[in-house]
Write a protein that binds this ligand. Sequence first.
Ligand code: AMP
Length: 425
Amino acid sequence: MSYQKLKGTLDFYQQEAAKMRFIEEKAKTILNTFGFEEIITPIIEPTDVFVRSSGDSSDIVNKEMYTFNDRGNRSITLRPEGTASVVRSFLENKLYVNSPLTKLYYCGPMFRYERPQAGRYRQFMQFGIEVFGEGSAFLDADVIISAYQLLSALGIKGIQLKINTIGDFISRKDYAAKLQAYFAGKMDDFCEDCQKRLTKNPLRILDCKVDANKDIVQQAPKIKDSLSAASLSHFKKVTDILSMMQIPYQVDETLVRGLDYYTDTVFEFILAVPGELQGLAICAGGKYADLVKNFGGPDIPGIGYAFGMERIMMVMNSQSLFVDTFKKTDVVMICLDEDSKKVGLAFANHLRSENLTVEMDYKNYSLKQQFKLADRVNPRYILIIGEEERTSGIFTIKHTQKNTQEKIKKENIVTYISDKNNENS
Ligand code: AMP
């Protein structure tokens, strides 16, 4: 019997796994400069954690969660997103007690029962951040800047930042009522989901995957006409700071985001270059003024975003950005007999303790076969050890790119390999 991975899941192995970790490391490096610290939360949470935060009218809660009852008959859900778990942990561990501002990042798998397609999976990796304790426009802007810096550090070209404000709670209520009045009686050919959204959460009609492009949706009342003076001024400040920082952005009034908890600033980074991946959303986020409070915690505002790591990988592959990602093997040992192999294995481990990458043949391959193996690995150096080298302690080292060979005392080999002058050009 042979098994296959579940639909909508991916295996990452060897170079692909290295690429994923490369993105993660780059993201961590950038976010460390912004003062973020890591949070690792469980992949399983009580189902209510997500229902309470995302809202029972969201697609995620209604259609996409992997929910099951455990053996103790508790309803458990595999996390579909990171924010709810981080808020739960922030409150449970009272992280707000020690510091007025908490900056956290996370990285890990998320699970959504979506229709799989390129760039849309049922298990996918997200790298995300959450900041608690401040609602100012400066923080909103700095958070967006951190995402922008991350994409720049990865070298990704052709990214577009879309930004919008969906106002505070009061503005949203007013806008929802306007939309309900506007859409009433005009929705006969809208999808079933939109029919439900009309009463539950009419804002979601605006970014419906099926109906969003209809004229009637395009001509719907705009959020900006319902915004309070405070929301308008907040948004202006955020966009002014982005302009000052020369971060290009486009205000997109149809951007409302799929989850109930957002207030005021929402944003998305999409790929804008022509081609197969055009329009792909790479990162999304927004401010949530009331989520912590709605969770039963203190009145602490928050803001966050999440990157889809597979999508970053797709874009980086399409722009050939992984060239320098992989460390080349430094040395392949070629040992000519059983005793030399013992010396070789010990010496390989000595080199590894100096942080060099070393491989060797474990079988009794012929010299020719071992050279073939070395060819495949394509190391910087080949070290040859036979009876003569073993007894004299002077090893033969071959520089693969220059195609030169030297005899060097074994105690000088680390220095020789580390000497920049000897490196491959
Ligand atoms: P969201 O949590 O829906 O705001 O999504 C944030 C980012 O995660 C998106 O911009 C995508 O890059 C990524 N993402 C969301 N859903 C999926 C999925 N099903 N498969 C792959 N990536 C996803």
